[in-house]
Design a protein around this ligand. Structure first.
Ligand code: ADP
Ligand code: ZN
Length: 522
């Protein structure tokens, strides 16, 4: 794609913002908007979203509109912009009629370049008629995830913004959000842009955090060994239950480590005292449930240990993100055991919630397992989950110590063939039953026990086949459908694997032997 050059952007970057270079993908986004394209920019908080619409608005000159859901957010942004000498204003219901009229006068005199307002105000016929007198530079939609019913912050007024494209033809729309989940992104793209939008995801990488996933055999001993190897550093150890938090904190203390506990079942005073100590003193290890961490701002946390598998990759990303905020090297160390996966599945199965919610949670757990089972760079897998592409990092257990891989063509072909001959309509558990030759009621009632491939994989255990199927999904040789049954289907790489010309490397599990069992003490 040709991206026309906009030389003014560098001048504005220096003069209006005082920065000498763009960060991550800011420049690409600015270029796209300046070329008149619609953009969805997904970046975590603090990554520099504001510049992505403020700078093109200034380069284009004239009036641009910023849609924001909350009066407080509008006022904050306008105040910050005014401080840095920019001509920003907000019109909203928190101001008197006179104030709003006065601001509008300034707008008509060309004295405002960024005008903030709510979606419902922008979408009134009156406002739209008034705005036709201007040639708008762009329309920025901040907190764009509010348009998605998937998220927690859905706002019905945001749905009106679907009419924006037709109301202001030819004006580029840039939507911004920190919410990176794919379903939310797809939703924004569809509702706001009818699918016609360039999506940019960036800024999620935290390269100073080293990532390790290790086999879990005896969690207590493994946690203790890891924490001791980081002697005297501040860190957080997450455990799945209050009881495990207490047991682990006691065991670490007994081993001479300054460990404190934190969970929602403790007396509030004790909890607060422990949190206070962790923030104020160096070298404390906080053993906690996920109740700990929201809003904790401590820059020198050197490690985050997950003694149990977290609930999702979003949660994992958030939790490890509490390490190394100062930019210095830090560790994310997770223990991964099949028992945990079973516990997580049970949580989902037993949760009192809508079937749709259960289905999405199950898919999220699958993505997390895929990350734990990864055969190539974990950071690439983690960032890919958020939609950001990257190169092998050299700072995760797999980059530093690649696992032994074997040619998995035969097992892959067997699994893919079976998925195909049964019509691509069964989930992984059922395919595993067929591979291992299990004669349960479902198999018998469908007559699948007479398939030529029935029991063709019986030399391997169910757990091994599950791992193989997960790797095939991760390698896109199979595709796990997102519908109600999670059916396995052929993936885009299936033909390449079936044709068998290329080696297809997978980690072939060898039961009884713990993979990379010595890692983590490094
Ligand atoms: P977000 O809206 O994504 O949470 P902000 O736009 O508030 O993030 O930016 C976060 C911080 O990064 C701000 O202090 C901003 O000044 C700074 N920043 C943004 N872009 C750049 C850049 N290109 N160079 C240096 N600092 C930047
Ligand atoms: Zn890596």
């Amino acid at each position: 794609m040709v991206s026309p050059d906009h030389p003014d952007k560098y001048r504005v970057l220096e003069d209006a913002f005082g920065f000498s270079t763009f960060r991550s993908r800011q420049e690409e986004i600015v270029d796209a908007v300046l070329s008149g394209r619609n953009v969805l920019a997904v970046m975590p908080t603090g990554a520099g979203k504001s510049l992505c619409f403020q700078l093109p608005a200034l380069v284009k000159g004239g009036l641009s509109i910023v849609v924001s859901p909350l009066i407080a957010l509008m006022d904050d942004q306008v105040a910050a912009l005014k401080l840095s000498g920019q001509k920003a204003e907000a019109i909203h219901s928190g101001k008197s009629r006179e104030e709003n009229v006065e601001i509008w006068r300034r707008v008509t005199r060309g004295e405002v370049s960024l005008l903030y307002m709510s979606p419902e105000r922008l979408m009134t016929p009156r406002m739209q008629a008034a705005l036709t007198k201007f040639s708008l530079g762009l329309i920025a939609v901040d907190e764009a995830h509010c348009i998605s019913q998937w998220g927690h912050s859905f706002r019905a007024e945001y749905l009106m913004l679907g009419a924006l494209r037709e109301a202001f033809p030819g004006v580029p729309i840039i939507a911004l959000t920190a919410t990176a989940d794919r379903s939310t992104r797809d939703d924004i793209s569809e509702k706001l842009f009818g699918g016609d939008v360039s999506v940019f995801v960036s800024g999620f990488d935290r390269p100073n955090i080293s990532i390790t996933v290790a086999d879990k055999t005896r969690a207590g001993a493994e946690i203790e060994r890891f924490v001791k190897s980081r002697g005297g550093q501040s860190g957080i150890v997450y455990r799945i239950s209050r009881k495990k938090v207490e047991d682990t904190a006691a065991a670490l203390s007994a081993a001479g480590i300054r460990a404190l506990a934190y969970h929602a079942g403790m007396p509030p005073a004790d909890r607060a005292a422990n949190q206070e100590a962790f923030l104020a003193e160096p070298g404390i290890v906080m053993v906690a449930t996920v109740a700990f961490g929201m809003g904790i701002d401590k820059s020198d946390v050197r490690f985050v240990v997950h003694g149990d598998v977290p609930s999702s990759l979003e949660a994992y990303y958030q939790e490890i993100g509490r390490a190394g905020r100062d930019g210095e090297p830090a560790d994310a160390y997770m223990l991964y055991g099949l028992e945990d996966v079973r516990t997580r599945r049970r949580f989902i199965d037993e949760a009192d919630c809508e079937p749709e919610r259960r289905r999405v949670d199950a898919l999220r757990l699958d993505a997390l397992i895929g990350f734990c089972e990864a055969t190539s760079c974990r950071r690439v897998a983690l960032l890919a989950y958020f939609g950001e592409s990257s190169q092998a990092c050299g700072n995760c257990d797999i980059c530093l110590d690649p696992p032994a891989l074997a040619d998995g063509r035969d097992v892959a072909r067997l699994a893919i063939d079976l998925v195909r001959t049964t019509g691509e309509r069964y989930g992984a558990a059922y395919i595993v039953s067929l591979l291992t030759g299990e004669t349960n009621d479902m198999v018998l009632s469908r007559g699948h026990d007479s398939l030529p491939l029935f029991a063709a994989g019986s030399s391997r255990k169910k757990a091994e086949w599950r791992s193989i199927l997960r790797q095939l999904v991760a390698a896109r040789a199979l595709h796990a459908e997102t519908g109600a049954f999670g059916s396995l289907m052929l993936g885009e790489k299936a033909e390449a694997v079936l044709s068998g010309n290329q080696e297809f490397l997978i980690r072939l599990p060898s039961p009884g032997k713990s993979r990379r069992s010595k890692r983590g003490s490094a």
